[in-house]
Write a protein that binds this ligand. Structure first.
Ligand code: ATP
Ligand code: MG
Length: 495
């Protein structure tokens, strides 16, 4: 039977009616619900039905004696507190009863106060006991809950397709999931607890994770992603982030590893496809362009103005297409890493002068000023493919004239900055809204607004520029304010 007792119920087992009724009166005044029995077996029957918690038991009764009743009650294992009532002459009985598990005893005859005190004590003990049990039950339940939520998180981490690695502030490995082992080929019996370097065979990645684990990065946006290029064309992307405690103190790091091989392969296929198609399109388009030029020449006399206009528009459009295709081919070459094949020393000062000369006509047409400022001549030479460099500066200056209003000012400033050659292309034109800043280096991305809507372009200029600068180990940065102007800075290492 469940051990759920009611501290408010008392059973009095006594063969003397006067004593039973006397006890009942006292107990009722103490707010107990009272049951009475004149014999042992009768009392036991009541106990079977009622959740009684305290029994007042007379030791000396005809039939089943008190000691036997006590034994049976104890056998029930319900935690019932038994208070035995004994005569003066039977102290030994009281002691014996206590040995057998009675809670307390009252010698007969007793004063009402004596009964009250003993029963009250029993009641308090019972309440305390129930309170403890309740607390224990709650404790067990929260422990069980904790265990299930923990095991839930554990199961999730174990079954993730991404690799997960947790490190502490010393950069020691605390946890790693099966996907992490699989991605990096770590043996199954290799337990957490070791130095990072024994799990990851890439010095730079280890260094990055240890820096993050030690709380070196305050701004999470500054944390770079890391690409791992493994044997067999496998590419992994690692992203690590610090784990912060309640006071935002760094407790370690979580590193997430993703297999990006398929994405890479797809990207390469796409580039190859673009390169192939562009290549196939270029010669027929050039032919069409030449033929249109011939038609235009021949039709000079006799043709209506409208006809001439249509043909010359068609010729212009094909020229635009050819130039776009040229850009696409350039980009494919850059992406394939074959840009600086024909590297040679380049006098950037000379190169800039000729570009500015050439594009000056375009600026003059828009009544803009285009100035070149070189400080510290002669500028150091750069080792690169001159065509690629021309493409970098040419694209930036073309953009500056395109995205600046009539009468605007464009400045090209070149100097030496530490171990780099610095070229700044600065305009006071339309500017670029901060929210588009991250996108302008993406292929085909063009900012469209009221001012730039009518300017034609493909959105390939800046990706080409960035591709070349990256391949030369350089750096490009842009600062801009809408309505005020834009300034691109290109740094190229001097070798
Ligand atoms: P393409 O160069 O391929 O002919 P495009 O000039 O549109 O086309 P990008 O050179 O890649 O392409 O430039 C991308 C976008 O960045 C442009 O569409 C323009 O919105 C913005 N942009 C580039 N340079 C400037 C600048 N100096 N001032 C304002 N906006 C600029
Ligand atoms: Mg451009």
């Amino acid at each position: 039977m469940e051990n759920k007792l009611d501290t408010g119920r008392v059973l009095v087992i006594d063969d003397e009616q006067v004593l039973r009724d006397g006890a009942e009166r006292i107990l009722i005044r103490m707010n107990f619900q009272v049951f009475k029995a004149s014999r042992g077996d009768e009392g036991l029957k009541i106990l079977e039905k009622e959740p009684v918690s305290i029994v007042l038991l007379d030791m000396k009764m005809p039939g089943m004696d008190g000691m036997e009743v006590l034994k049976r009650i104890k056998e029930m294992e319900r935690g019932i507190l038994v208070i035995v009532i004994t005569g003066f002459a039977t102290v030994e009985t009281a002691i014996e009863a206590m040995k057998r598990g009675a809670y307390d005893f009252i010698p007969k005859p007793y004063e009402p106060d004596q009964l009250r005190i003993v029963v009250n004590r029993a009641r308090e003990k019972m309440q305390l006991q129930q309170e403890t049990e309740k607390l224990e039950k709650e404790r067990r339940r929260t422990l069980a809950d904790l265990h299930t939520s923990q095991s839930r998180v554990y199961t999730i981490i174990e079954s993730l397709p991404n690799g997960v690695l947790v490190t502490d502030t010393n950069g020691k490995v605390v946890l790693l999931n099966p996907a992490f082992r699989q991605h990096l080929g770590i043996a199954r019996d290799m337990e957490p607890g070791g130095e990072l370097a024994s799990y990851i065979d890439d010095e730079n990645l280890c260094k990055l994770i240890i820096d993050i684990s030690r709380g070196k990065y305050v701004d999470f946006d500054d944390i770079p992603n890391y690409e791992l290029n493994l044997a067999g064309g496998k590419f992994l992307l690692a992203r690590a982030r610090p784990v912060l405690g309640e006071k935002r103190e760094c407790l370690g790091a979580v590193t997430n590893i993703m297999d990006v091989s398929a994405m890479k392969a797809l990207d390469q296929l796409r580039s190859e496809f673009v390169a192939k198609v562009s290549h196939e399109l270029r010669s027929p388009l050039s032919t069409i362009h030449e033929q249109l030029a011939m038609v235009l020449n021949d039709m000079a006399e006799g043709a209506s103005e409208n006809e001439q206009h249509i043909i010359s528009r068609a010729k212009e459009k094909t020229k635009g297409l050819i130039s776009s295709i040229g850009d696409l081919l350039d980009l494919s070459r850059i992406e394939a890493g074959i840009v600086s094949k024909e590297s040679k020393p380049v006098q950037v000062g000379e190169l800039l002068k000729s570009i500015v000369d050439f594009l000056g006509a375009r600026a003059t047409a828009k009544k803009q000023t285009l100035e070149l400022e070189i400080s510290g001549e002669p500028l150091p030479t750069i080792y690169a493919d001159p065509m690629a460099l021309e493409s970098v500066y040419g694209n930036l200056i073309t953009n500056a004239t395109n995205y600046t209003q009539e009468g605007g000012e464009i400045k090209v400033i070149a100097d030496k900055a530490g171990a780099n050659l610095r070229v700044v292309v600065k305009d006071n034109g339309y500017g670029i809204d901060a929210k588009y800043m991250g996108k302008i280096f993406e292929k085909f991305y063009r900012v469209k607004n009221e001012k730039t809507r009518f300017i034609t372009g493909t959105g390939l200029g800046l990706p080409i520029v960035k591709g070349i600068v990256d391949s030369l180990g350089g750096y490009i940065d842009v600062e801009s304010e809408t309505g005020k102007g834009t300034s691109f800075t290109v740094l190229l290492p001097i070798k």
